[in-house]
Design a protein around this ligand. Structure first.
Ligand code: OAD
Length: 258
């Protein structure tokens, strides 16, 4: 399909669908300067995930794991939502029926929702994502059920300077999902319901290598509802996509959703 025809077809599919599931991954934040996980410059390239992003790694060396998350937090804090995040946020604030499910922990969808809502004098809530993998801007206690927003630098110079729970004093950990851990049950249930109800699906910037996140888009395709994929590289969804827009999120989403 010609690029202009593909864009027009994708717009029709998404704008006419009463309920849309949007699944995003690291690629939507690439133009904000946040590295993706796989591919050139990917976050996992210089680190072995099992050394950093597992409960065992945290139990063994919480200082090292906090150091890595502190570095990622600093990196994300210096970034801003890009045109892709903002186009999506405005689209979600302008119409009902869209569920945004993200694998990203960078809080850029949340920041875009607030920016777009400010411009419109609206409530950001309809543009907030369902977070499958948690948030780098939140912490939870390793002992009790305390969980909270937590921004700013973390002093990972010693075990003793790591953040402690204000309720029970135990060590706090990043509120993200690590390898081998279950995904948050409430987010899973909301995403599953959205996938079952969706009349179309938009997938942006995810290779589709990680389950169960990828499975939500695949559920929509299995239900024979159309899939639109925005990704400059190959993805696990390409064979089931009705339209593939092989551009970057920042370039492709504004004309697609505007
Ligand atoms: P990946 O790094 O696997 O995939 C990123 C995708 O983004 C690739 O398909 C790229 O082609 C695409 N991409 C790159 N630049 C882009 C751009 N400017 N616009 C649009 N797409 C672009 O990242 P994810 O699929 O998000 O999990 O990875 C899934 C999960 O794997 C992550 O949430 C993380 C990781 O292990 C956990 O940490 C639990």
């Amino acid at each position: 399909m010609e690029p202009a025809a593909a864009l027009a077809r994708a717009r029709t599919l998404l704008l006419e669908a009463p309920r849309v599931l949007v699944l995003t991954g690291a690629g939507i934040s690439a133009e904000s300067g946040v590295p993706t996980f796989r591919g050139p410059g990917g976050l996992w390239k210089d680190f072995r995930p099992e050394e950093l992003a597992t409960p065992e790694a945290f139990a063994r060396d919480p200082r090292l794991v906090w150091e890595w998350y502190g570095w990622r937090r600093g990196l994300v804090a210096a970034c801003a939502p890009n045109a892709g995040h903002l186009a999506l946020a405005h689209w979600m604030l302008g119409r009902a029926g869209i569920s945004l499910v993200t694998q990203n922990v960078d809080a850029l969808h949340e920041r875009a929702a607030r920016e777009a809502a400010d411009v419109r004098g609206a409530d950001p809530a309809p543009a907030l994502p369902i977070r499958l993998h948690g948030s780098i801007a939140r912490v939870r206690c390793t002992r009790c059920d305390h969980a909270a927003d937590h921004h700013g630098p973390v002093d990972a110079s010693a075990r003793e300077t790591l953040p402690a729970c204000p309720a029970c004093g135990a060590l706090l950990r990043p509120d993200v999902v690590w390898f081998g851990e279950a995904l948050p049950a409430a987010a899973m249930a909301r995403a599953a319901a959205a996938a079952q109800a969706a009349d179309a699906c938009l997938v942006v910037g995810t290779a589709g290598a990680v389950q169960p996140a990828a499975g939500f888009a695949m559920t929509v395709a299995r239900r024979r509802r159309p899939l639109v994929v925005v990704d400059p590289g190959p993805t696990a969804f390409d064979g089931m996509a009705e339209v593939k827009l092989a551009g970057s999120a920042g370039a492709a989403l504004p004309p697609l959703l505007g």
